[in-house]
Design a protein around this ligand. Structure first.
Ligand SMILES: Nc1ncnc2c1ncn2[C@@H]1O[C@H](COP(=O)(O)OP(=O)(O)OP(=O)(O)O)[C@@H](O)[C@H]1O
Length: 260
């Protein structure tokens, strides 16, 4: 089993504020992680480090056997699929859905004069189709609903056949049916042994796909608990993470939490 991510004594500081503090975290190839924590806890910062989009202020981050600071990040990034809401602001207004996906192979967000070969376009279409978006491939991305955008973003993140897939709040803004569809798809992806090592960030336990193996709980820049999902998503750990006395239930791999 090989290690995909290794964070050793990592701090991220901006001014005097710790965005992350004393983070030690190891992710193995077959793992599927959820990162759970309240607003402002440091989840996106953690994902930005894992995506080779940010350097730690202190400590070491190893990604896919490369050490940040010693590797050309432009070679590393295509090996990592990242989906986040930040993408929405980068996509040109009239961009077609198929181009949003295919441009990932060049690491850009607007199709300009690049020539894509048929194989790339075919792969982009197949990925869109797999995520239920095939019929919308020629629509303008700007006209998609939030749920459709999320699925197009995930197809884009998978375009380069990454070894590591990072999804930042893929369920945010989805209605109940949209969330359930997404959870099912992510659960299927988790069960696929050829799927990349996957890390999903969320605020909501209801969005955790069954089959995910590990959880990291984070609060105020520090890890509260991290490890196998059942041992980690306990009432005590979650109550500590969200600073509320929570009642947590689990049935068939689906979690819910309410305040007592
Ligand atoms: N450049 C910066 N300078 C100072 N503080 C920052 C900077 N960037 C982020 N922060 C702060 O760091 C904290 C962690 O931010 P981060 O986006 O990682 O949290 P998060 O857990 O993803 O939050 P959310 O769930 O609300 O998206 C927040 O309090 C944020 O305001």
């Amino acid at each position: 089993m090989s290690t995909v991510l290794e964070f050793s004594d990592v701090d991220v500081l901006r001014g005097r504020k710790y965005l992350l503090k004393n983070i030690n975290w190891s992710v193995q190839e077959s793992d599927r992680w959820v990162v759970v924590g309240p607003n402002g806890a440091g989840k996106t910062t953690l994902l930005q480090l894992a995506a080779a989009r940010m350097h730690p202020t202190k400590g070491q981050v190893d990604i896919l056997d490369e050490t940040m600071g010693k590797v050309d990040v432009f070679e590393l990034r295509p090996r990592i699929g990242l989906s986040s809401a930040a993408l929405n602001t980068l996509i040109p207004e009239f961009e077609k859905v198929i181009n949003v996906v295919v441009t990932a192979s060049y690491g850009v967000t607007g199709r300009w004069r690049e020539e894509y070969d048929k194989m790339d376009l075919r792969r982009a279409y197949e990925l869109l189709d797999e995520w239920g978006m095939g019929a919308l491939m020629n629509r303008k991305y700007a006209t998609l609903s939030e749920g459709e955008r999320k699925r197009a973003q995930i197809a884009r993140a998978l375009m380069t056949d990454p070894e590591l897939l990072l999804l930042d709040e893929p369920g945010a803004g989805l209605d109940l049916a949209g969330r359930e569809d997404l959870v099912k798809k992510l659960s299927e992806l988790a069960a696929d042994e050829y799927a990349p090592t996957t890390i999903v960030v969320t605020h909501h336990l209801e969005e955790i796909p069954p089959g995910f193996t590990h959880a990291l709980l984070i609060k105020e820049a520090e890890i509260v608990a991290a490890g196998p999902i059942k041992e980690t998503l306990t009432e005590d750990n979650l109550s500590e993470t969200f600073s509320r006395d929570l009642k947590v239930t689990e049935a068939s791999g689906r979690y819910t939490a309410i305040a007592r």
